[in-house]
Design a protein around this ligand. Structure first.
Ligand code: HEC
Length: 152
């Protein structure tokens, strides 16, 4: 595949993710480039986890990192598996948004929750409705409830 065709494919895939994440619409011009069109989307929605030392299995920082993953990115983004949903008390209550058939869920630590970066990258934030006097749930308990409720 030619480099430009790849860039268009990647723009489309990552753009779909960005749209899913509620980001502002952007129109790619006639000759998109990795650095101008793709990298900003990856940096906004993916690089938080997809960088060396990050929680994701591979970095998506440079063109060389990203190119081999073009097909997988298209597949994961179009099925809404990526970017993940995030468990966050400020999120939409469970049931407010239908989950995709397959879902990745980011769960933060009990006290501090998700990092600002992961919260910003999440496609959807979801909260477990709990009584006002309950401060938070143990992370493993929250993950169990969410994974059960969000299963396809
Ligand atoms: C909150 C962290 C996080 C964010 C943000 C994130 N990912 Fe991921 N991603 C992961 C993790 C963790 C896995 C591994 C999941 C697994 O092994 O099941 C993964 C897996 C993937 C895979 C599959 C890799 C494989 O082995 O087939 C692709 C493709 C991917 N991510 C693309 C993206 C793209 C594109 C974005 C941005 C639109 C993104 N991810 C955002 C954490 C993240």
């Amino acid at each position: 595949m030619k480099r430009q065709a790849f860039t268009v494919l990647l723009c489309w895939s990552v753009f779909a993710a960005a749209t899913a994440a509620g980001a502002a619409a952007q129109t790619a011009d006639a000759s998109p480039t990795f650095s101008k069109d793709v990298a900003p989307l990856l940096y906004r929605s993916c690089v938080t986890c997809h960088r060396s030392g990050g929680v994701a299995p591979m970095p998506l920082v440079t063109y060389q990192d990203t190119r081999p993953w073009a097909k997988a990115i298209k597949q994961q983004v179009s099925t809404r598996m990526m970017p993940p949903w995030g468990a966050d008390m400020s999120g939409a209550p469970l049931g407010a948004h239908p989950p995709p058939a397959r879902l990745a869920l980011a769960v933060g630590n009990e006290g501090a929750g998700l990092s600002t970066e992961v919260r910003a990258a999440a496609a959807q934030l979801v909260a477990i409705p709990i009584a006002a006097e309950v401060e938070s749930l143990n992370a493993a308990v929250a993950a169990g409830i969410l994974l059960h409720a969000l299963r396809a």
